[in-house]
Design a protein around this ligand. Structure first.
Ligand SMILES: *Cc1c(COP(=O)(O)O)cnc(C)c1O
Length: 236
């Protein structure tokens, strides 16, 4: 697929790539340490197909039903070429299904999700890597996340769950807080968790508006949507 929209997406990708490269340069980090996840939520499967032709291999989706519908547009050989990151708030009744197709779940924020996620992963025959979503606002319940003080206990519980691999932490910076301060706090939580779980190396932080601060604070995964795809259409 190559059309006007492909050109727009390519320009968006180039701009983000420049920002990531500059941020890595300033922070003295190798570019290879930072994985861009292109957040395609609310955009159609055709945009994923276009992004695939542009070399994108990591997509972020936030709703089970929407992700499932989009993935149905790809045959097995195309599907094997890319990874799906589940970044949205998880409902426990959807968790088992998400574990059937997600390659990394960024948004684990409570015990209740662990059994269904682990069951789906076990049925699929994989060890599913998951991140603990940390809420740094305290009052922003709509976005999900476990408090920093409770995160290590949830990490322990993940590590005890068959089928799951504790891979690290994730956050969405609260709106009214300096993102650099939020990401520094997340790095502190990551360090605490790594003391008991050395393999939990991933830090998912940074979106269109704050990826520079995230790179500076050690993010390994950036979740960027609107700066590449444009403003999201309204929720269906
Ligand atoms: C939508 C979303 C993003 C992408 O946000 P942009 O500001 O469009 O880059 C990243 N992370 C999560 C959890 C999201 O829900």
């Amino acid at each position: 697929m190559s059309d006007q929209r492909t050109g727009q997406l390519q320009e968006g990708l180039l701009r983000i790539e420049e920002r990531i490269a500059a941020a890595c340069e300033r922070s003295g980090r190798p570019r290879e340490q930072v994985q861009l996840v292109v957040v395609t939520k609310f955009f159609p499967a055709d945009d994923l197909a276009r992004l695939l032709t542009l070399g994108v291999r990591d997509f972020g989706e936030s709703r089970d039903q929407e992700a499932t519908e989009k993935l149905a547009a790809f045959d097995a050989s195309d599907r094997a070429r890319f990874r799906v990151h589940f970044i949205g708030q998880l409902q426990s009744k959807k968790a088992r299904h998400v574990a059937m197709y997600a390659d990394l779940v960024h948004s684990v924020d409570r015990d209740k999700l662990l059994a269904p996620l682990g069951a789906g992963a076990t049925q699929r025959g994989i060890l599913l890597p998951v991140l603990i979503q940390v809420d740094l606002a305290g009052d922003d319940a709509a976005r999900g996340g476990v408090g920093p003080a409770e995160a290590p206990a949830l990490a322990d519980a993940v590590a005890r769950t068959e089928g799951l691999h504790l891979a690290g932490v994730m956050t969405v910076a609260p709106r009214d807080v300096d993102p650099a301060a939020a990401f520094a706090r997340l790095a502190g939580v990551a360090t605490r968790i790594r003391a008991d779980h050395p393999a939990a190396q991933l830090i998912s932080a940074g979106m269109s508006g704050d990826l520079e601060q995230a790179v500076d604070a050690g993010a390994t995964h950036l979740r960027v949507g609107s700066a590449i795809l444009g403003n999201r259409p309204l929720r269906r």
